[in-house]
Design a protein around this ligand. Sequence first.
Ligand code: NAD
Length: 374
Amino acid sequence: MKKILVCRETDPRETRTPLIPDDIKRLISMGYEVTAVKGTGIKSGFPDEAYEKAGARLVSSNEEGYKGSEIVLRIMKPESIEGIESGALHLSYLDPFNEKELLGNMAAAGLQTVSLEMIPRTTLAQKMDVQSSQTSLAGYVAVVNAAARLPKILPMMVTPSGTINPARVFIIGVGVAGLQAIATAKRLGARVDAFDTRPVVEEQVKSLGASFVKIDLGEMSQTDQGYAKELTPEQIARQQEAQAKVCERSNIVITTAKVFGRKAPRLIKKDVLDRMMPGSIVVDMAVSTGGNVEGSKLFEDVVTDNGVTIMSGDLLERQVPYDASKMLSGNFTAFLTHFYDKETRELKVDLNDEIMRGCLLTQGGEIIHERFKN
Ligand code: NAD
């Protein structure tokens, strides 16, 4: 397999491209052949001419490109798979826990389907980890967006006209997004508190100069992939109560708490929003998986009666598409390089490799991944 198609995303809100010209040049020098759909990089700052100069053949539509393509790269799950050739390796986000029908259709169409969400979190696979690369940028954007809306500056300022206290920022959930949000808020001069249920996080929070909020939820641990375990309703209630005071005194609250493959925990309810200061900003980065914050809406800002703005924190990486595309492209390129067979000068779908076993969901007309088989 060596014929790659770089799709153009169909959602008009999407701004990123899966592969940028510099990486295309590298892949072509390895032996890959690349076709790109016109306009794929236009919103992220990579014009068609740059794709052509890098050696890509340009086509007018995804459908035109499907003909003869053996490896199909796109970002979001496909709206339609019609025309993709049987046997092709299809890489994209898939939301596989919620997209059983799509998964079944992709299997029935004979596709070899890679779900980007399922790439294992191992040291070797780190450079292919789109979740980390994109979420990290989103954590940065969340703070920048909140700071731009806040009726107050973030740093402390001592001036002849008076002293301004630093803004207080509370980050709930300190994974990839949370760590980047802490680092960004600190750089902007805010005073930062943070909380996560995984005990290993406390040291990381402190090393970034933020304070760790201690909440006793009993014995806590994480999965072998580094993900949080789901809390019981009693533990969630205890957490809600303990963190309410921190929310009340914070100018910005950013929630990033997710539990892999499950609904996000509801951590901030209306009673806490009611007690927050008018003008405060809450960014819910778990809004697409159920929401950490009561009343948050996907891709919309909501202002509560007492003047708290709840911002949608989904897919914020789309606001920095140049860097987001660069990182995504690096992830795809690492994947295509890892599975490149030097002898045949082609990609080999190698199920003896634990990365491929972790993320390949369909093959030979069937769903083959243990987690989704039934
Ligand atoms: P995630 O997006 O699943 O969740 C975000 C954060 O929310 C996590 O830190 C989680 O512990 C936290 N959380 C869940 N329930 C919570 C609750 N009730 N209250 C507060 N916080 C809650 O996780 P993620 O950001 O993708 O990463 C989780 C960990 O995996 C991180 O430590 C990260 O460094 C690690 N990781 C490792 C690799 C690798 O080794 N290749 C790659 C990516 C991430």
